[in-house]
Design a protein around this ligand. Structure first.
Ligand code: IMP
Ligand code: MG
Length: 174
């Protein structure tokens, strides 16, 4: 049977919100250069769209982390699968993430990066699922708050599928 995925946030709405986030970030940093850290793989489509809307000198870095735990619950202990190429000491750093769910992954990662002494460390997430939060995370720039449903598209996957959908879809049946 084919998987059933409903549109939760349309392509048009996602793109409009990304433009707004880019404008806000541009204003807030007021001409200062920033280092954008895209967390792989999920945040890649969002980060690619977002940086085009940020009118500042931007350095783009990638990091890949995986959370120990089972498939549906992250544990709060994060393994760095691929680290940054460059030091972030003294830099204005903006982490770009696809979704904050339990908050375990990002709360751990932000503590880990803070040790490297960036000048500032902020977080931008396309989606926020606050109902499942167990570890507090401050999201400086948030695309959309969503209910406790499983979503795919715009980078988010189900078993590595559906990252390429141009909208955020709610999985109804899989
Ligand atoms: P957290 O540590 O529970 O906040 O885990 C966040 C990570 O879980 C995200 O970066 C996603 O990779 C994954 N995740 C959480 N909710 C969803 C979802 O609805 N769809 C796809 N992946 C999700
Ligand atoms: Mg992620």
């Amino acid at each position: 049977m084919a998987d059933k995925i409903d549109v939760l946030i349309s392509e048009e709405d996602v793109n409009k919100r990304i433009r707004e986030l880019g404008e806000t970030i541009t204003k807030d940093y007021n001409g200062a250069p920033i280092t954008v850290i895209c967390t792989l793989k999920g945040a890649a489509p969002f980060a690619c769209e977002l940086i085009k809307r940020i009118d500042l000198p931007v350095e783009l870095e990638f990091m890949r982390v995986s959370s120990y735990g089972n498939a549906s619950e992250s544990s709060g202990v994060v393994k760095i699968v691929q680290d940054l190429d460059a030091p972030i000491e003294g830099k204005d750093v903006l982490i770009v993430e696809d979704i904050i769910d339990s908050g375990n992954t990002m709360s751990y990662l932000m503590k880990m990066l803070a040790v490297r002494k960036p000048k500032s460390l902020k977080l931008c997430s396309l989606l926020d699922k606050p109902d499942r939060r167990v570890a507090p995370v401050n999201i400086d720039y948030k695309g959309f708050e969503i209910p406790d449903v499983f979503v795919v598209g715009y980078g988010l996957d189900y078993a590595q599928k559906y990252r390429n959908l141009p909208f955020v879809g709610e999985v109804k049946e899989i």
